[in-house]
Design a protein around this ligand. Structure first.
Ligand SMILES: [Zn+2]
Length: 329
């Protein structure tokens, strides 16, 4: 045995190749059930395991494809990149080098893409985060691009959709990254004043400063199945409150049960649900009864907001299972 060489395997996690977002190769192993899946089939199935419905983590471009009508995405505010004002260095690597490496590895400028697009013909302003770029961390560029997407919504009255995926604030930018929480939240306050809807979609994982700001400020908050959503990590909470936590703690389904998230939406239903919510939120001539139902009798969608949850009239308000797609969709 040597004092200097580590003979046993350490506590290090999986290798970089094992952690890669979208795996290479013809066959892909499901991280949840272990099923070997044919990559082409998996792609066709929106990166959802056909065996256990596990949702693989995908990048921003994939979400744009899942949500928007084909060929309607128009990117805005590209060309912004982070500086290194603090000359931050950790583990002998400078932040500038880390940024450069992340850009090369992910082919992205930073951890968010924003722009305009259509969902079933309805115009929207979108911002989609990408975990592949430094864990989707929110630095000054992410904050600024989110802020600009919100301003686009305010100027054009397009509803806003933000797809969140983040490990939290980017520590390499210190206070400059933390102030993005206040900046984005303040702008969302203006959206509220002007009655422009904001839909937040939380994907795996949405944590830290992003959860503590825009992610949880949606008028409607949707989440992907089994997505981890929280501010602090499980271990920190467990040691703080000194008690055991349930297995599904901080998972999307747990958050729906506790009123923090409105609905869990499978990827296949995403466009349909978004379109449905948008139509509901943007109908200007709607009149509502005291119980939250629509007044008009000839209306066939008869959607209602009940305790902040969206349901169709023939559903039990407590049941938030499938929104029925109407023929006009
Ligand atoms: Zn599976």
């Amino acid at each position: 045995m040597s004092w200097l060489r580590r003979d046993k395997k350490g506590l290090k996690g999986k290798s970089r190749a094992e952690r890669r977002e979208i795996p290479d190769g013809l066959w892909v192993k499901c991280q949840s059930c272990g099923e070997i899946l044919y990559r082409q089939e998996l792609e066709k199935n929106l990166w959802v395991c056909s065996g256990c419905r596990f949702h693989f983590r995908v990048g921003a471009h994939e979400y744009l494809d899942f949500m928007l009508d084909e060929g309607t995405f128009e990117e805005r505010h590209s060309g912004l990149t982070s500086l290194d004002p603090l000359k931050f260095k950790a583990d002998r690597t400078s932040y500038s080098d880390q940024l450069q490496r992340a850009k090369t590895k992910s082919s992205l400028e930073d951890a968010v893409i924003c722009g305009f697009g259509l969902i079933n013909g309805q115009p929207v302003s979108v911002a989609v985060m990408d975990f592949a770029f430094m864990g989707g961390s929110m630095g000054s560029v992410v904050g600024e691009k989110i802020a600009r997407a919100i301003r686009d919504s305010l100027e054009t009255r397009r509803p806003l959709i933000i797809v969140c995926s983040s490990g939290g604030a980017r520590m390499q930018e210190s206070i400059l990254s933390l102030m993005q929480m206040a900046k984005t939240s303040a702008l969302l306050g203006r959206m509220r004043e002007r009655g422009i809807p904001f839909i937040s979609l939380l994907t795996h994982p949405t944590t830290g400063g992003v959860t503590a700001s825009f992610a949880m400020l949606g008028d409607v908050i949707l989440a992907e199945p089994r997505a981890l959503i929280g501010f602090a990590g499980r271990r920190v909470i467990k040691s703080t409150i000194n008690s055991d936590l349930p297995d599904d703690f901080q998972l999307a389904e747990f958050l729906v049960e506790h009123g923090m998230v409105d609905r869990v939406v499978a990827r296949h239903d995403l466009r349909k649900v978004l379109s449905h919510v948008l139509r509901f939120c943007t109908a200007s001539n709607m009149e509502f009864l005291d119980n939250g139902e629509r007044k008009s009798e000839d209306d066939t969608t008869t959607t209602a907001l009940f305790d902040g949850r969206i349901v169709t009239a023939d559903e039990d308000p407590v049941d938030v299972e499938p929104i029925q797609d109407d023929a006009s969709a």
